[in-house]
Design a protein around this ligand. Structure first.
Ligand SMILES: [Zn+2]
Length: 166
């Protein structure tokens, strides 16, 4: 299943042209092979350094935030440390962004954001080898709206559907 809404890339790297982006996104797909499974199988990881500005992929309402994670690494104990934002959009779709740097989230639950608005700075809190942005579009949210079932993402700015399931 593919997203009903169109989303923009959640990063503002406007100096990079679409070609460079495509290359980056294909690299991502190779890199994440095996890293996402089950309900997060359509998530993607974008390799960006700590401190990269992260923007809302579409307009919506912030429904879930974690901003007190301090650490990251490749061990189970880091699994729930990832600083994360979830935004609700039209058609009951949700975007999720994870691994913001400590105190790197700039929005709060109940806040309305517009497409392209700065929501925080990337980092390496939570589970991961390297600093990166984990990005998902999901539906069928859990009771607290923190997670759901991921779907394939249509990025309008690069005219490409990305699917973490490789
Ligand atoms: Zn990921």
């Amino acid at each position: 299943m593919q997203s009903k809404n169109d989303y923009r890339l959640p990063l503002d790297l406007s100096r990079l042209g679409p070609k460079r982006w495509r290359k980056l996104l294909w690299l991502i797909e190779d890199w994440v092979a095996g890293a996402h499974s089950g309900t997060v199988r359509h998530a993607i990881d974008i390799m960006v350094p700590t401190g990269t500005p992260i923007v809302a992929a579409a307009s919506g309402l912030v429904v879930w935030v974690k901003n007190d994670g301090l650490y990251g690494g490749v061990a189970k104990k880091y699994w729930l440390q990832g600083n994360r934002v979830v935004i609700r959009h039209d058609h009951d779709e949700y975007s999720a962004y994870e691994h913001f740097k400590p105190q790197g989230v700039l929005v709060h639950v109940g806040q309305r954001v517009v497409e392209g608005e700065l929501i925080g700075y990337s980092g390496r809190t939570g589970y991961g080898f390297l600093p990166h942005l984990h990005f998902e579009i999901f539906q069928h949210p859990s009771a607290d709206c923190s997670e759901g079932e991921t779907i394939k993402i249509f990025f309008k700015d690069i005219g490409l559907v990305k699917d973490g399931d490789v």
